[in-house]
Design a protein around this ligand. Structure first.
Ligand code: HEC
Length: 133
């Protein structure tokens, strides 16, 4: 990748929400603001999905495979790590695979800017949806 592109990609992948919007993540951003931000609001720290739950420490966002993140988004969390954390609803009936793919792509770019983008997210979402859990 030419150096200028690499820098642009790096910028787009940073925590600047406006840059992400410009980079084509506006759908994902909109869904995040509507469905997730209420609990995972911005905290401003790099790498944080915004913490009430400690998303900055959350590995599903920075893993090589998007499956864990997609699974959490679809099925939620009904067994919180600690009692104080509370529960997370599942979104499998609110979003289709394409929407989940865009949302996961946005979350990846924004909260794991050092990691390469995930590919075939919609297909992976379809597979996770079919999987027995
Ligand atoms: C009603 C509040 C609520 C909403 C809305 C919500 N979450 Fe969560 N989420 C939580 C809580 C609470 C936890 C922490 C549970 C735990 O760690 O035990 C969590 C944890 C997570 C995790 C970490 C799971 C892991 O791997 O341990 C991810 C990723 C996540 N949420 C993504 C999202 C996304 C994406 C959305 C929007 C589609 C969303 N959440 C909407 C409450 C919420």
């Amino acid at each position: 990748m030419p150096r200028r592109c690499a820098r642009a990609a790096q910028r787009a992948a940073g925590t600047n929400a406006d840059a992400l919007t410009a980079a084509g993540f506006q759908n994902g951003r909109r869904m995040f603001e509507a469905a997730c931000a209420v609990c995972h609001a911005e905290s401003g720290g790099v790498g944080h999905l915004g913490v009430r739950p400690l998303m900055g420490l959350n590995t599903s966002v920075s893993q090589a495979s998007p499956e864990n993140l997609l699974r959490v988004m679809m099925h939620g969390i009904d067994q919180p790590a600690t009692e104080g954390l509370g529960y997370m609803p599942g979104f499998k009936d609110s979003f289709d695979d394409q929407q989940l793919a865009e949302l996961a792509g946005y979350i990846r770019a924004r909260y794991a800017p050092g990691q390469p983008a995930w590919h075939d997210l919609a297909a992976t979402a379809a597979r996770v949806r079919e999987a027995v859990h």
